[in-house]
Each structure stands twice: as structure tokens, then as C-alpha cells.
Design a protein around this ligand. Structure first.
Ligand SMILES: Cc1cc2nc3c(=O)[nH]c(=O)nc-3n(C[C@H](O)[C@H](O)[C@H](O)COP(=O)(O)OP(=O)(O)OC[C@H]3O[C@@H](n4cnc5c(N)ncnc54)[C@H](O)[C@@H]3O)c2cc1C
Length: 385
């Protein structure tokens, strides 16, 4: 087993890390306050090539893997998890299109996603159902060659920016009288008649990541909007979410590392009882605990990414990565806040932003509860979903 990165992987990690430290970290607090997707900064970030890493060269990509993408996203998340999340959602959605879309769809939409000129979203969740995808009710009815879509999606990342290109939207396509629902994945470009992006949500974290409800009212779609096969969309969405799971996990690792960075730094500056607090053993314990959690989570997520690239990642591997990394993200951010004392509770303390930002990571993209069920199921236990 070789834990060393190749020269190319290390160069990629260092290049993105340098950009993240110099261009993103200094403005992360300002972005959090402005609560608006930073298009210009995203374009600069895309200039590093990050959005192209896992895509085929045919579409302008680097032809690399999940692992290299994770290495890069970790660096961005260490500077600002909000920006890393917007970036990773667009990459994961683009990868779903690359894998299941038609040549015409890829030709039309992928190059702009790969270059980072535009971003895109994947829309599953609805106001009444998230984990329970069978509870989705957004429906497309067939009329000859066209489909008429009606319904609503909730909390959709990347959907309302000035560079949002399209959303992959999951809709029921089986007739209402059929007991078992079938779903189809539709590619819906922003601006399509009958497709409206609602008002931005006020969120406790991920403030500069763009999140909106989507409304569909008699939205007319054709065969060119269908991704993959009719009635097979739920599986495609689940597969898309699986890769996103590695990316979201690494976003938590990046934030956990940032928590360690600020905890060490504060512990060596802040004085109490005549010495820096880093000399107090209970502070050392908190810092060491963060360090152990970060290292453990990083190894688990790197392993999941590596297995994914070999086509060997099981639901258990991905579930463990998502469950562990996102949970320790919360723990590390909280410990870092504690090291900062009262200052930790102030908005200008990065640790307080880390607490707010990471909080959603154990909820989105398959909550911690859902991940534990997936792990238990692969262990042979009869799981009630
Ligand atoms: C900022 C943000 C961005 C998001 N971006 C997107 C996006 O881009 N695209 C998208 O499709 N969605 C997105 N989501 C939605 C997110 O994926 C869902 O919130 C998530 O899947 C959970 O669904 P829910 O909120 O409906 O919770 P529910 O499914 O209602 O769950 C409520 C609680 O019950 C638990 N629970 C549910 N089922 C079980 C079970 N069987 N056993 C035990 N416990 C269970 C859950 O873990 C949770 O604690 C986003 C959400 C947020 C907050």
C-alpha cells in the first residue's frame, strides 16, 4: 500500500492549495457576510482547471479521477466550504450528464460546465420529501412526443446564479394510478418556459453557496430533455448522488483541517494564566483530538475516492466516508470554537463560520441516519427504510 501522492497529484494539490490560500481564504468571511454566489471568484478558481479534473478530454477535461478531484476540493474547502460545495455540485452534476446524457446534450452543455464558464444543479429534493425519494411528486405527463412537467423542488444548489446553465430534475413519469412510481431524469435549461427559480433561501451556513426552490408549471419538454432512459431516472440520480458523496465528504475534511489550522494558531497566540493556552494540557487534548479526527477522516475518504476510481466502491465504503467525515467536521469545528473561548462565538472567528457551514453536511446528500442504514444493510441487517 502506497500512501504517497504521485508528482502530478502533489503538483495539482499544491496549485489549488496556493490559489485557495491566496485568493479564497482572505475573502471567505466577506463572502459569508455578502451571502451571494461569487461568480468572478468562481471563474478565477475555474482558471486553475479544478472544474475540468474528472471529465473526459473530449469535453475539455483532464481525464483524471475522483481521487484527484477530491484532492483539489479539499484545498478549496479548507479556505471556504461554501465555494467548494458550489464547485463540487456542478462537477458531480456534470459527471452525471457525462455518464448518462446523450451526445447532443453533452455537446451542448458539458464544455461550459467543464471549463467553469457555467454551473449546474441536480434537483431531487421536494418540500415534502428528501431522504424518501419515492415520496417525490413532481410529475411529467406524456402528450405525444412532449412531456408536461408540474411540481416543485426545494433547496437546490447552484440553481439561481447568473451563470446557472441547467438543472437535472427528477420527475415521476408513471401514470398516477400506478402504485409503484417510476421516475425520469430531465435536463431543463434555465430560462425554459414554465421553469421558475424562486427566491434565495436565508441559510445558517453555506451563505455564499446559491440555493433556491424551483417551480415547474406546465413546463413543456421534448425527447431532447430526457437523460438516459424514460422511467430509469431514480437510479441515475442515486448514482449521481453517490459520487457527490465522496466530494461532500472531502469538503468536510477540508473544513476539519481548517479547524485544526485555526485551533493551533490561536492556541499559540492566546495567553491565560501567564502562558499561551497551547501549554495547557486540556487545550492540547482538544487540538490533538481534532488532529486525529482529521487524519482518520482523510484516510477513509481518500480510500473511498480511490476505490470509486477503480469501480470498487461499495455503498458501505461511500456511506462510511460520508457518515464519518461529515460528523467529525461538526466535531472539529466545535472543538476549534471551544479553543477560541468567547471569541469563538463571534462572527469574525473563522471557527464560528465552520460550525455553521459544516452543519448541513450531515443532512444533505443522504443524511447521517441514511448512511448508517446503508452501512447496516451491507452488513446483512434487514433495514427498514
Ligand atoms: C443548503 C442545502 C442545499 C441542498 N442542496 C440540494 C441539491 O442541490 N439538490 C437536492 O436534490 N437536494 C438538496 N438539498 C436537500 C437535502 O439533500 C435534503 O435536505 C436531505 O436529503 C434530507 O432530506 P429532508 O430535508 O427532506 O429530510 P427528511 O428526509 O424529511 O429527514 C428528516 C429527518 O429524518 C431522518 N430520516 C429520514 N428517513 C429516515 C429513516 N429511514 N431512518 C432514520 N431516519 C430517517 C433524517 O436523517 C432527518 O434527520 C439541500 C439541502 C440544503 C439544506
Amino acid at each position: 500500500m502506497d500512501f504517497l501522492l504521485s508528482d502530478d497529484q502533489r503538483n495539482l494539490q499544491e496549485a489549488i492549495g496556493k490559489f485557495a490560500r491566496e485568493k479564497i481564504a482572505p475573502v471567505a468571511e466577506k463572502l459569508d457576510k455578502e451571502a451571494k454566489f461569487p461568480t468572478a471568484l468562481f471563474h478565477e478558481l475555474a482558471g486553475t482547471g479544478i472544474t475540468s479534473i474528472p471529465f473526459a478530454e473530449e469535453w475539455g477535461g483532464m481525464g483524471l479521477g475522483t481521487f484527484e478531484t477530491a484532492l483539489a476540493l479539499e484545498q478549496v474547502a479548507r479556505a471556504d466550504q461554501s465555494l467548494a460545495v458550489g464547485t463540487m455540485v456542478s462537477i458531480a452534476t456534470g459527471l452525471t450528464l457525462q455518464r448518462f446524457g446523450s451526445d447532443a446534450q453533452k455537446k451542448k452543455f458539458l464544455p461550459d460546465i467543464v471549463s467553469g464558464k457555467k454551473i449546474c444543479s441536480i434537483a431531487g429534493t421536494e418540500p415534502q420529501a428528501g431522504s424518501d425519494t419515492a415520496g417525490f411528486t413532481t410529475r411529467a405527463r406524456k402528450h405525444g412526443d412532449t412531456w408536461i412537467l408540474n411540481g416543485e423542488k426545494a433547496w437546490i444548489t447552484n440553481s439561481g446564479t447568473d451563470i446557472s446553465s441547467f438543472a437535472l430534475v427528477l420527475a415521476v413519469t408513471s401514470p398516477p394510478e400506478e402504485k409503484k412510481k417510476s421516475f425520469t431524469l430531465f435536463l431543463i435549461p434555465k430560462g425554459t418556459k414554465g421553469y421558475t427559480v424562486g427566491k434565495s433561501y436565508n441559510k445558517m451556513g453555506w451563505k455564499s453557496s446559491d440555493t433556491h426552490p424551483l417551480y415547474f408549471e406546465d413546463c413543456e419538454l421534448g425527447p431532447e430533455n430526457i437523460v438516459g432512459e424514460v422511467d430509469k431516472g431514480r437510479l441515475l440520480l442515486h448514482k449521481g448522488y453517490q459520487q457527490a458523496r465522496v466530494f461532500l465528504s472531502i469538503c468536510s475534511v477540508g473544513l476539519a483541517q481548517a479547524s485544526l489550522d485555526v485551533a493551533v494558531s490561536y492556541a499559540t497566540e492566546r495567553k491565560a494564566f501567564g502562558a499561551t493556552i497551547g501549554k495547557l494540557q486540556l487545550i492540547q487534548k482538544m487540538v490533538a483530538d481534532i488532529c486525529v479526527k482529521v487524519e482518520t477522516a482523510r484516510m477513509i475518504v481518500y480510500k473511498a475516492a480511490w476505490l470509486a476510481d477503480k469501480g470498487l466502491a461499495s455503498g458501505k465504503d461511500l456511506g462510511i466516508a460520508k457518515y464519518y467525515a461529515t460528523e467529525i467536521g461538526n466535531e472539529c469545528a466545535n472543538l476549534a470554537l471551544q479553543v477560541h473561548g468567547g471569541f469563538g462565538f463571534m462572527d469574525e472567528c473563522p471557527a464560528s463560520r465552520y460550525v455553521r457551514d459544516n452543519r448541513v453536511c450531515t443532512i444533505g446528500d443522504g443524511s447521517s441516519q441514511i448512511q448508517t442504514l446503508l452501512i447496516a444493510r451491507e452488513l446483512g441487517l434487514d433495514v427498514q427504510f
